[in-house]
Design a protein around this ligand. Structure first.
Ligand code: MD3
Ligand code: FE
Length: 217
C-alpha cells in the first residue's frame, strides 16, 4: 500500500530539533549507517570488552562501558580521567573506526561545529534497569568542542537539566539512530538517563548502546 511505503519513509526521515542553547537533536541521523556501526562495535568489544567500572566513592556503575580512539574515559577508586590504555589489558584502546569519526564529524557540522576531531569515543551499554545519575561532563581539557552522542537499541528517557544540579530536568525520549550534538552553553549542563525500561529491539536486542564522541585533550 502507498500509505505503508509513505509511513516507513517518514520513520527514517531525519529531523532537527533544538533542545537548548547549543544542543541539537538530529532524529534518525545514524540510521543510514546503523549496520556498519554495529559491525564495528562488535569488533571493538572483542578487543576491549564492556565492563562495569567503579566510581571514586566505591559504587559500581550500572552502565557497562568500553572505549575506542586515542583516549578512553575511565573511573576507579583513584578518580575519573582519560587514559590512552585500557586498564584491564594495559593495551591501547581499539582505534576509532573511520565510520564513527565521520558520523560524529558530520553531525557536529550540522550543528555549526565544523572541524570537530574527536580523540575519544566512550561506549555505554545499558541493560534493563541501568541508569546514569545527573552529572556534568568536565573531565575534558577544554569545553569549546562539542560532544556528539549516538543512541542505538532500546529507547531511553534522557534527563536534561541546566547549569545547576537543582535545575529541573526536561525529559527526552532518545531512540535508535538519534544523534545529539551538545555544544555552546549546553556543553556543561547537568544530564542523566532514567532507568532503562525492559524491551527487545529488533536489531540491537535487549539493551541500549550510546556512543559519545569527545575531544578529550
Ligand atoms: C549533555 N551519557 O557518557 S549521552 C556520558 O546516554 C553520558 O549514555 C549519556 O552522559 C548516555 O557522560 C548521555 C548524551 C550526553 C553526553 C554528554 C553531554 C549529553 C550531554 C554533555 C553535556 C550535556
Ligand atoms: Fe555525561
Amino acid at each position: 500500500m502507498t500509505a505503508d511505503l509513505f509511513e516507513s519513509a517518514v520513520d527514517v526521515l531525519p529531523s532537527r530539533e533544538a533542545m537548548a542553547e547549543g544542543a541539537l537533536l538530529l532524529r534518525g541521523f545514524a540510521r543510514p549507517v546503523e549496520v556498519g556501526v554495529l559491525a564495528a562495535l562488535h569488533a571493538i568489544e572483542a578487543e576491549a570488552p564492556f565492563r562495569r567500572m567503579f566510581t571514586p566513592g566505591g559504587h559500581q556503575m550500572s552502565v557497562a562501558m568500553t572505549n575506542c580512539g586515542e583516549m578512553g574515559w575511565v573511573t576507579d577508586r583513584r578518580g575519573y580521567r582519560y587514559d590512552g590504555a585500557d586498564p584491564e589489558t594495559a593495551k591501547p584502546w581499539p582505534a576509532m573506526p573511520a565510520l564513527f569519526r565521520e558520523l560524529a564529524e558530520r553531525a557536529a557540522r550540522e550543528a555549526g561545529f565544523s572541524g570537530f576531531a574527536p580523540d575519544a569515543c566512550l561506549i555505554n551499554r545499558y541493560e534493563p534497569g541501568a541508569r546514569m545519575s545527573l552529572h556534568q561532563d568536565r573531565d575534558e581539557k577544554d569545553f569549546s568542542s562539542p560532544i556528539v552522542s549516538v543512541s542505538l537499541g532500546l529507547p531511553a528517557i534522557f534527563l536534561f537539566g541546566g547549569m545547576k544540579r537543582t535545575d529541573k530536568p526536561q525529559r527526552y525520549r532518545l531512540e535508535h539512530g538519534d544523534v545529539v550534538v551538545w555544544g555552546g552553553l549546553s556543553r556543561l549542563f547537568f544530564h542523566g538517563v532514567a532507568p532503562l525500561a525492559d524491551g527487545e529491539h529488533a536489531v540491537v536486542g535487549r539493551k541500549r548502546i550510546n556512543l559519545t564522541f569527545r575531544r578529550a585533550r
